[in-house]
Write a protein that binds this ligand. Sequence first.
Ligand code: BF8
Ligand code: SF4
Length: 692
Amino acid sequence: MDDVKKDGAAPAAAKSIDPAALEMLAYADECGIETAFSRADAMKPCPIGETGACCRICSMGPCRLVGKNAEEKTGICGADMSTIAARHFARQVAGGVAAHSDHGRDMAMTLRAVAKGEAAGYKVKDEQKLMAVAGYMGIATAGREVNEIALEVADKALEQFGQPHGEIIYTRRATPKRQARWRELGLTPRAIDREVTEVMHRTHEGVDLDAENILKSALRCSLADGWGGAMLSTDISDILFGTPSPLSSEVNLGVLKDDQVNVIVHGHEPTLSAMLVEASRDPELIAEAQAAGAKGINLAGICCTANEILMRYGIPAAGNFLHQELAVLTGAVEAMVVDVQCIMQALGPLAQRFHTQLITTSPKAKIPGAVHVEFDEHRAPETAREIVRMAIANYPNRGPIHIPDYHEPLVAGFSHEYLNYMQGGFHRGSFRPLNDAVIAGRVRGLAGVVGCNNVRVTQDEGIVEMIKRFIAQDVMVVVTGCAATAGAKAGYLSPEILDSAGPGLREVMEAIGIPPVLHLGSCVDNSRILTVLTQVATEGGLGEDIDDLPAVGLCPEWMCEKAIAIGTYFAASGAHVIFGVSSPVKASTEATRLMTEGWEQLVGGDLEFIPDWDEMFARALELIDAKRAALKLPAYDPTQFGDSGDSPYFAAIREYLAAHDEVETVGSPVYPLAEGHSHDHGHGHTHDEGDA
Ligand code: BF8
Ligand code: SF4
């Protein structure tokens, strides 16, 4: 099966497995409106660039190495295929690291403004997390004011970007073995901006011309994301907005309301969206919406902003990356508010065909056709209210609407801290039950299914196939980013899904009280997976480091440079990683070898590209089982474990969902023990959970 659609128009059913998307694509055809899906039919990917065989680093080129014996050819300067492919790949890594890390920097700037009392509307919401982060950073906490600690944490975070000496501080959170390995190989990142700059320098014309050395610099650069920018971003978001704990909500375009002012937040940073949550719940603004003829204000998210406000406030997600245009097509979106990353320029002209007001908010990201309302953390509540008022004023301008009636219930918001807590309570939190289950073979292994949608493959298909097959084979799954949204749309984040899990996995999940597919957050929250894997590795019984674990990372529908950065930092941290779609270094046998065998020898992890779902899954299981064998664990045998009854956890969720209609379940905590955790379900919990 070749899932990569390259040959002209694909049949409608091949465009998505999501019925809401198919309905909207048919509607787009009816209206004569183009989308990324139809543009992809009209434009094939460039076959030279797609495989890494094109170099456009200097103006003696662009040089493309094609035809017979392409790998024996060189560019004008003599650069061979491995150099050209590796150089392009490394630049993709640098681009991804820059994006995540710049987001992390903005979070640190916000924390700094909060600590100095200059950011009205924000506060340190999770003091426990602040103390834990101060601990990681070696910052004293005893007897100090919260804001004093917060200021030092923010400054320490900002130092990570440009410090002239030393190593990125969070690399100390890796296992001792991993830290030693990085140091020995010269892979410990020094400062975030420096690693990005150095990759850009090395890949400039005529500098680093050895593919192995170029790819090594890509590994180090990626670590400045996973254990630097992204991890800082996750931590500071938790400090400012609360560490997530599970809550229920809904997903898909059906969360839009035909009789309310719909505001969509799309992009990545939680800073403005958190303020929009407050504004959308403001009685004064709700009254204004009602005066304009609407029943209320309905906020929903797209892409990673959706994940950020879903897992902290229970705000429903309207969809993932390929849903952004489809949401506007409903005609029911009064305002689409965007910040940074994964925002299609097509939204500009598309919004102009509807009443939808496209609002850009970041000084870094403007779009022709949008109104720009600049976000500034020093006056965030006013900006949020201004935006909501623009949406309300736009409500009477609605034309015909078409909202597909698909919305799935989901449970989201698992943090590393919460998982610890679930496995032993506040005082004895650990990963012991999970490790024991993996050792016994009840849980065969762990898989992270993460990343984007990509219009070159059927939307959500690879992601959902992997999730479905993994849990049936007793592999526990964690999801983030657009993959989490894909899984949710297909029903895999609903409590009911326990019935699809294999017997061993089911038994363990019931005992621990967590579902088989855990939503860990946005793409920067892949750093949470690094933390989880590190703890599993240090808990005992499964080796000493991430490369000992029966675990794999998959990114079936990768699309952007951020995904490449993530895959690379997981590999550099010791994980086997498999991407779908196509390989950006396919044209070079040597670059491909270096990133598989080469990296496995070097760092214990690797990065493979397998476009076929069956092959991808088979390879993932093979990798998991090989690690089990290396650890001398019993071979996986599903017949050993019987079905068990419902746990009180799932019984409670079912009862809860049955007793409430969909509107009221949004934002509700799903488990009584979540009481006392740190985040805002909209009804004022206090925080008293210990950090691990
Ligand atoms: O950072 S998964 S399409 S939204 S890049 Fe973008 Fe990919 Fe979605 Fe979030 Ni992540
Ligand atoms: Fe061609 Fe070399 Fe210039 Fe690349 S750097 S475009 S391979 S001449």
